[in-house]
Design a protein around this ligand. Structure first.
Ligand SMILES: NC(=O)c1ccc[n+]([C@@H]2O[C@H](COP(=O)([O-])OP(=O)(O)OC[C@H]3O[C@@H](n4cnc5c(N)ncnc54)[C@H](OP(=O)(O)O)[C@@H]3O)[C@@H](O)[C@H]2O)c1
Length: 351
């Protein structure tokens, strides 16, 4: 049997950490040897995640996040921690010769001034930004394979960029009239206790938040501008759904060309022909969050409306899997020369 690659996970007790633990438990080539939490250090993984009872991973002791310890044990580390914390840890781990997949926003934006403007904190590690590769496989797979630092995309940006990519790349829509209307399940807000995301505040209701000022806006604009070859400024608006997992984005654009839904679908099919994680749905079908739960799939539905000259694009992803931990694992696989889909099952978590 070939030796497995030792990996570490900083922030195992968060939602993205939990999802990474779930995926790594079944990974054929990676061995999770360090999992950290400051609050739960000393417990075993099975104590906090009973689903790991009976597996060797369940017996792993949770440790405190210490760079020297991680560097002595791991080849690659996933940072599933809040922004600002990640940039400090990434810098230290890269100095120690490790590879890093950062799930936070710290290395996604190429301009540290834009980071400061939207995140309200100074970037303390701008010298590392140029070496970070934005880890969206459909756009940057080859660069990820050679990267030491991957900036894992945000959940909302994954749903928006994949939805807009063919339309922008093929010049089908006007770049100055795009509205991304996204709805996320509550795990998107993280696992810490906050009144606004408590059960009774969320269930049986539906609300908008952070209209026009969500931090993922510059990330979506940055990547859409690269695809379109010109500056894209768009309206990005977010809503909180009373479900655990999933993002549904409805993207309103204005068609530049006379085309019906079937022509547009053909263009999307061509762009994603060799992409295993993107499913362009049959004519007339629209995505639902439940069919992508726990998977890497981004499902895309398209509706061209000749009456208003609109192209409406609907995407569904799982925010924790495709929007965070699954994508991070696909990136780690690519960085380590493993099959990109290793450890990433295709069947949705049901119901
Ligand atoms: N939730 C999503 O859907 C999603 C999607 C894409 C990206 N992300 C990004 O992924 C990252 C993690 O998100 P999450 O939702 O999993 O967050 P979370 O549920 O709030 O968990 C954060 C984790 O980081 C640890 N942590 C917090 N502060 C730390 C520090 N200063 N040093 C070391 N460890 C620290 C926490 O454990 P201790 O406090 O015990 O150490 C905990 O395990 C964030 O940057 C988030 O923006 C989240």
């Amino acid at each position: 049997m070939t030796k497995k690659t030792a990996v570490g996970l900083v922030g195992v007790t968060g939602y993205t950490g939990m999802e990474l633990a779930r995926l790594l438990a079944g990974h054929p080539f990676l061995d999770l040897v360090r999992a950290t939490s400051r609050q739960d250090a000393g417990k075993t993984l099975a104590e906090i995640y009973p689903f790991l009872n009976g597996s060797s991973l369940g017996r792993l002791d949770i440790t405190r996040p210490e760079t020297r310890d991680l560097a002595s044990a791991c080849e690659l580390v996933f940072l599933a921690v809040p922004h600002k914390t990640a940039m400090v840890l990434a810098d230290e781990l890269l100095d120690a010769g490790l590879r890093v997949v950062d799930l936070s926003a710290d290395f996604r934006l190429t301009d540290p001034k834009v980071y400061q403007a939207w995140y309200g904190v100074e970037h303390t590690c701008p010298q590392r930004i140029p070496e970070a590769v934005y880890g969206l496989p459909e756009l940057y797979r080859e660069q990820v394979k050679a990267a030491r630092l991957v900036a894992n995309p945000g959940c909302y940006p994954t749903s928006a960029i994949l939805g807009l990519y063919p339309a922008l790349a093929e010049g089908l829509v006007h770049t100055e009239d795009i509205v991304v209307d996204s709805k996320s399940g509550t795990t998107g807000a993280g696992r810490k206790a906050v009144l606004a995301t408590a059960f009774c505040e969320v269930q049986d209701s539906f609300r908008a938040y952070a209209l026009g000022r969500h931090r993922h806006t510059p990330e979506i604009e940055q990547e859409c501008s690269k695809i379109a070859g010109r500056e894209v400024v768009l309206s990005f608006n977010t809503h909180l759904l009373p479900i655990n997992r999933g993002i549904l984005s409805t993207i309103y654009t204005r068609l530049k060309v006379r085309a019906d839904s079937e022509d547009i679908r053909a263009a999307y099919e061509r762009r994603y022909a060799n992409e295993p994680w993107v499913r362009v749905l049959p004519q007339g079908a629209l995505p639902e969050t439940r069919w992508v739960r726990g998977t890497m799939y981004c499902d895309i539905g398209l509706a061209a409306d000749p009456r208003t000259q609109r192209l409406v694009i609907v995407t569904a992803i799982d925010n924790l899997c495709r929007g965070a931990s699954g994508q991070a694992l696909a990136n780690a696989n690519d960085m380590l020369g493993l099959p990109e889909d290793a450890g990433l099952g295709m069947a949705p978590l049901m119901p």
